[in-house]
Write a protein that binds this ligand. Structure first.
Ligand code: NAP
Length: 290
């Protein structure tokens, strides 16, 4: 068996096209959806991520504004900006690019964002909503994975799902979202004993550990769906995921590549969440007419 490659760019294109149409419908009602992005310091990877987010917004007609702060900015100053953005009717989404410099209380900064504009889905309220199955904004990376599964019509209900990685931004919300779809979910982390004994049971294996070659073919069930969220830069400059792509694709039914898999979906779901936030200003019956 050779796996079908799930093309993240193709799925992202489809979602962005839908977003473009929804933005046009909002503009026709005099609403210009807007995203505010806050970046602190000069982390090169963060600069690239922010540039990609701005580009994705422009592509669908969203207005984006980037607020830049020096690395030694006191956290209260950033929180003051967030409060003014919370009150700004032209801003529908607020995103703080992580990581923040060490003097920042990251949790407090994220809690300052209004839950109504928390398009990254990291506010405690949205995380709680995820647990109850009614979050306003699902976090972008796991939401992107869910969209990829839907795009390929891969059933989730009743499937054994193993999520490798238990971070607050990927692993844990991913597990909750798939549980909500009636999968049987197991979460693994760095202290999991005998990872292979668990991954081999997975009908759907989602890997987000940040460890190149963590998942080898002998750890994967024949016919499994393998979603590789990991992004790792090797010493020779190559970008790879957490999965031995060439080996595992001989065994899986579906697999996502790195790059070109989950990556394009993360930024796309940010755009999607921002559009959805702006749509909340329009009465439901008017949206139905559009
Ligand atoms: P993170 O906060 O470092 O969390 C990594 C998780 O993996 C932790 O739960 C850790 O366990 C677990 N882990 C580490 N080594 C492991 C091992 N050997 N076996 C099993 N579990 C192990 O990372 P993250 O932010 O979730 O990101 C994970 C990866 O996804 C990174 O490569 C990141 O670059 C990538 N990522 C990609 C996208 C995208 O758009 N494609 C978005 C976000 C992140 P402990 O909890 O026990 O430490």
């Amino acid at each position: 068996m050779v796996a079908k490659i799930i093309d993240g760019h193709a799925v992202a294109r489809q979602v962005r096209e839908e977003c473009r149409e929804r933005v046009a419908a909002l503009q026709a009602r005099g609403i210009q959806p807007g995203l505010a992005v806050i970046i602190v310091g000069d982390n090169p990877a963060s600069q690239v991520y922010v540039a990609n987010k701005v580009k994705a917004c422009t592509e669908v007609g969203l207005k984006s504004t980037v607020h830049r702060f020096a690395a030694d900015t006191p956290d209260r100053e950033v929180e003051a900006l967030i409060r003014s953005l919370n009150a700004d009717p032209e801003v529908h989404g607020i995103l703080v690019q992580l990581p923040l410099p060490p003097q920042f209380n990251v949790r407090r900064v994220l809690e300052t964002i209004s839950q109504e504009k928390d398009v990254d889905g990291f506010h405690l309220y949205n995380v709680g909503g995820l647990v109850l199955g009614n979050t306003i904004f699902p976090p972008c990376t796991p939401y992107g994975v869910q969209k990829m599964l839907e795009y390929e019509d891969i059933p989730v209900e009743g499937q054994n799902v193993v999520v490798v990685g238990a971070s607050n931004i990927v692993g844990k919300p991913m597990a909750l979202m798939l549980m909500q779809k009636d999968a049987t979910v197991c979460i693994c982390h760095a202290k999991t004993r005998d990872l292979a004994q668990l991954t081999i049971l997975a009908d759907i294996l989602v890997v987000a550990a940040g460890r190149p070659n963590l998942i080898l073919p002998q750890m994967v069930k024949t016919g499994a769906v393998v979603i590789d969220v990991g992004i790792n830069r090797l010493p020779d400059g190559r970008l790879v995921g957490d999965v031995d792509f060439e080996g595992v694709r001989q065994k899986a039914s579906y697999i996502t590549p790195v790059p070109g898999g989950v990556g394009p979906m993360t930024v796309t779901m940010l755009v999607h969440n921002t559009v959805q936030s702006a749509e909340r200003l329009v009465p439901a019956e008017q949206l139905a007419e559009a």
